[in-house]
Write a protein that binds this ligand. Sequence first.
Ligand code: SAM
Length: 200
Amino acid sequence: MKQWYKNRKKDHFYLKAKKNDLISRAYYKIEEIDKRFHLITKKNTKVLDIGCCPGGWVQYVFNKSDSHNVVGIDILQIEHNFDKNFVFYKYDLNEYENIRKEFLAKKYFFDLIISDIAPNTSGNQFLDQTNSYNLSLLSVNFINEFLCKGGSFLVKNFQGEDTEKLFKHIKSLFNKCSYVKPEASDKSSKEIYILGLEKK
Ligand SMILES: C[S@@+](CC[C@H](N)C(=O)[O-])C[C@H]1O[C@@H](n2cnc3c(N)ncnc32)[C@H](O)[C@@H]1O
């Protein structure tokens, strides 16, 4: 956890997360979105967290209730030890077909899919946006086979020329769809979240 705090922008949410011994400041993003849109409302919610490291969003889900079940995926190994209701897969999302096969074999089915996945930024805005779009699209792949009817989906995207296309695609799969920019998201950052509610 200490490693994660190194080299982070030391703003209000960073300091608050550190003071409250949270795994990452990202905790406040999912907290705000959940409070506004009621993503987790029942016991035993089955959650898929894509790009889950270092684990702030997982921590938030379990702080709401230990009864939830979370499956996390990341290209990095997660360091934090969560309880037995957490299963972690170390995968590059580009290996989607392998993940899909494993998930089908496990008969996974989720009420909520959240993806905070983000590429390493290069400083080249166009390249970063393209990489972010590709990772967001790979996250969308999970909706069809692994999200239950009526379920919710949240994905991060670095705003660019493909964002509207991504939004329209997600909108076609849900009854409700909106852009969300939480307070804890750096104002200067291009990141935005797309939220789909009530999968058709
Ligand atoms: C902003 S962080 C997520 C923070 C997390 N939501 C939290 O609360 O701690 C984005 C994550 O996406 C992961 N990621 C980036 N590219 C990936 C890929 N191709 N496959 C899987 N994970 C990837 C990174 O390793 C990183 O952990």
